[in-house]
Design a protein around this ligand. Structure first.
Ligand SMILES: C[S@@+](CC[C@H](N)C(=O)[O-])C[C@H]1O[C@@H](n2cnc3c(N)ncnc32)[C@H](O)[C@@H]1O
Length: 543
């Protein structure tokens, strides 16, 4: 359970730390993520052309001050819990927290009580966003009821249709077997009639932010750096963790390699749980399956269909700029910056439907590689990646915006941001709400996309995509290439979102340091000069 909301300072979120001191209060060597010289503003990545608000933040700290700051960070990120906050056993209910966006299932990690009892590790943060406003909005739904891990399900006999189940090896409803089953207390259902119910039963489980596992990194971080480096162990374990944690939702994705030819840091800091999933924070509603509309197509959907519900829904969000689905026959994106509505678990169409791309996962090799001046980045592998190819989902914690704001202030102290505002134009238009309601934080959980650096001339873009989610305010953030990517070329997107107007004046700078690359203080937040190297570089990553 999370601590009481009343406790100041404003952060009331408790996330299980990935790195945890072995004894109370002390952080052993290697447990604290290092942030050599990279400093970020309280900025958010954005996909909409919105001006980012510059928030108060502390300036860069000296190493000594950083050490002193650790206790502060811990108390902010992982406030201590009272006994009533930490029930002895919490058993999640799959009904209450169903689905996750990408296909496949995953075991849950620790319960929140286990997590809170071990909380204390330091974290860094900052935020990425698709636009920039901020707001604290009343949650639609809260996970406050006790959760049960197991629920009893009445046994059922599944049959796809009355006519042909027997020929497929199934049990027809009229067969003697079905009668025997029913006499024994088993019900029977048919696919045609009970499609939605069956889909819901097999829907993926919603992951909760409070359950983000951290034991693997805790163990690794408790080892001295020399031990972690022996035999390339840290790299091998990092790469293996990626494979293990994505095996279900990206079974066909080429393996991700980690390369550093710049310095001797073996991998990025061991500070997050590698996952392609969305981990729901407090107050964030579970995915809405009930209102999720599916099409009734058989086999692959026809993009020219006049009756397919998914074609019609997609069309209604295209403002006449395209027709059919947003993917062509090869699964390439036809139009950037528009929301994508893929066929979903309530659809009758087949798995090879052209409107299922993101849900099939990454198909191209990518590499996590250290850059000389921007920290870690994402690069193409040995093969060219064609334009308009799906790369990955910006995975992490789905948070209420107010929680993102609070985290952002802490993250500023570390100078890196993984917060991303979900502030797409179509969401604002659809809801009539200008404020950002949710954000995604890839600091504690996320995938390789958290290493995508900013470029003023980006070769990738971000589209809102809806898989198994009817809530227009909760899309996934899918990254697509915007042009052909050469082998070994770095992949970047714009942290400012699509640039459709003049960048905001930087006259509000509080620091007129002559050194162009020195971190700048603006309204208390620390900014780093953009190092993208593009010919049109405007020198900054944030509006
Ligand atoms: C989302 S992280 C990207 C991954 C990051 N490089 C890392 O090592 O974790 C954003 C941070 O990367 C760095 N960064 C990204 N793009 C940059 C750029 N164009 N110039 C300088 N630093 C950049 C900044 O420190 C920024 O806060």
């Amino acid at each position: 359970m999370r601590p009481p909301h009343s406790a100041p300072p404003p952060i009331t979120i408790k996330i299980p730390p990935l790195s945890r001191p072995s004894s109370a209060g002390a952080s052993p060597a290697g447990t604290t993520p290092q942030m050599p010289g990279r400093v970020e503003p309280n900025a958010r990545m954005t996909s909409d052309p919105v001006v980012l608000s510059e928030q108060a933040a502390t300036p860069l700290m000296s190493p000594t001050e950083m050490t002193d700051e650790e206790e502060c960070r811990r108390s902010l990120l992982y406030p201590s819990t009272t006994p009533e906050d930490s029930p002895a056993v919490e058993i999640p209910d799959e009904d209450e927290h169903p689905v996750r966006p990408l296909s496949g299932g995953r075991n849950r990690g620790q319960t929140s009580s286990e997590a809170s009892s071990s909380a204390s590790g330091p974290r860094r943060s900052a935020r990425l966003s698709s636009s920039s406003a901020s707001s604290s909005v009343e949650p639609q739904e809260e996970f406050e009821e006790p959760r049960r891990r197991f629920r009893r399900r009445d046994p059922i006999v599944r049959s796809s249709s009355e006519e042909d189940v027997a020929s497929q090896g199934g049990i027809s409803r009229n067969s003697k077997y079905a009668q025997a089953f029913e006499e024994a207390g088993f019900g029977s259902i048919s696919w045609r009639k009970d499609k939605r119910r069956i889909a819901k039963e097999f829907a993926p489980i919603t992951q909760l932010a409070e359950d983000i596992p951290h034991d693997l990194h805790d163990r690794l971080n408790s080892l001295p750096p020399s031990a972690r480096r022996a035999g390339n162990m840290q790299v091998l374990i990092f790469e293996a963790e990626i494979r293990a944690n994505t095996a279900e939702d990206e079974p066909n994705a080429p393996p991700i390699r980690i390369i550093n030819e710049v310095d001797d840091e073996p991998t990025p800091p061991l500070e997050f749980y590698y996952s392609n999933l969305m981990w729901h924070g407090k107050g964030v509603p579970k995915p809405d399956y009930d209102a999720l509309q599916g099409c009734g197509c058989n086999g692959p959907c026809d993009p020219l269909s006049k009756t397919c519900a998914c074609v019609r829904r997609q069309k209604s969000f295209l403002d006449g700029h395209s027709s059919g689905f947003l993917y062509d026959k090869k699964g390439k994106l036809k139009l950037h910056d528009y929301p994508i509505f893929e066929c979903n678990m309530n659809c009758g169409c087949s798995d090879d439907c052209p409107n299922r791309v993101v849900q099939h996962g990454r198909q191209y090799e990518i590499v996590i590689q250290k850059t000389p001046n921007k920290g870690w980045g994402i690069f193409a592998g040995t093969k060219k990646i064609p334009a308009n190819t799906y790369i990955g989902v910006y995975a992490g914690e789905y948070l209420m915006d107010a929680d993102g704001e609070a985290r952002g202030k802490i993250y500023n102290k570390f100078g890196r941001t993984y917060l991303f505002d979900v502030d797409f134009y179509h969401v604002k238009k659809h809801t009539g709400r200008k404020e950002v309601r949710y954000c995604i934080d890839a600091y504690h959980a996320g995938n390789f996309t958290r290493y995508l650096n900013h470029s003023c001339d980006p070769n990738c873009g971000i589209n809102a995509v809806y898989l198994n989610e009817a809530n227009i305010e909760k899309p996934l953030l899918a990254i697509f290439t915007k042009r052909d990517i050469e082998p070994h070329e770095e992949l970047c997107f714009s942290y400012m979102g699509p640039i459709d107007g003049e960048a905001e004046s930087s006259s509000d700078s509080e620091d007129d340091d002559d050194d162009e690359t020195a971190p700048k203080l603006r309204n208390g937040a620390v900014y780093v000069e953009c190092q993208c190297g593009a010919s049109n570089c405007c020198g900054k990553m944030w509006k």
